[in-house]
Design a protein around this ligand. Structure first.
Ligand SMILES: [Zn+2]
Length: 113
């Protein structure tokens, strides 16, 4: 499970920030995920539950926002989301398209108490 490595990354990052800010408990972590990044937020949350036992992150929740990949038409230059992608450009009908795979993985912010 490749979520384990990314969860360790998130945990260490958030814990460092929380410790530096002197917060007593981290309630929620907001993540921004590209739709091609291939991580399952629920699995990240499960790993975090285990990892965070006895720390200021104990019982932390994960809230994930998915960012869609964009497709660019190489003929007319229009951009649209992958969601609308039907193998042809919706503007000019060209099949000359480039998918910009969105693999972002960003810790957007954290909620503390
Ligand atoms: Zn086009």
């Amino acid at each position: 499970m490749h979520e384990l490595a990314v969860t360790e990354y998130v945990f260490n990052l958030v814990k460092k920030q929380a410790d530096a800010a002197g917060v007593s408990h981290v309630d929620k972590i907001h993540l921004l995920l590209g739709d091609q990044c291939d991580y399952v937020p629920e699995i990240i949350e499960e790993y975090l539950q285990v990892m965070s036992e006895g720390t200021s992150l104990e019982g932390v929740k994960v809230d994930a926002t998915v960012k869609e990949s964009m497709v660019k038409c190489l003929d007319c230059g229009s951009e649209f989301t992958r969601h609308e992608f039907k193998d042809v450009c919706p503007k000019c009908g060209s099949e000359n398209l480039k998918l910009n795979r969105c693999t972002d993985f960003i810790v957007k912010n954290i909620e503390v108490s």
